[in-house]
Design a protein around this ligand. Sequence first.
Ligand SMILES: [Fe+2]
Length: 146
Amino acid sequence: MRNENVIQSLNNLLADASVLYQKLRAMHWLVTGREFFVLHARFEGLYNAWAEHVDDIAERVLTIGGKPLATLAEILEHARIKEFAGTTTPKDMVKTLVGDLEHILAGATETIAAAERVGDRGTANLLDGIRDEQEKTLWMLNAWLA
Ligand SMILES: [Fe+2]
């Protein structure tokens, strides 16, 4: 089942997911304004979900015979989304999050395609679940922005 394309694609996703996880923690801590209580709690729910996704993606890399990116330096080298940039307004945070999730969704779709080409159903199934969840989260974040 070991396939370098799938491993590499999963590791890129792992890097993005790891940056997103830390970014959500930063947003949870630093959000200010009238929406504080709602977003502080919401960001916590999201980073808890991403903590699990990060772990599942890393362990999928191991399951198919690869080595997951494990240091912050490696993660930052491979991540395609940007770290938290210091914005504290709720609207900017949620807009940033929407962009990041859309990017991650596209990355997951690419990884699913790479996995399906080699018959790796386990990777495709894992990422299908994560994708479905992100689509729903995007709907809610966009509803909040509207
Ligand atoms: Fe907290």
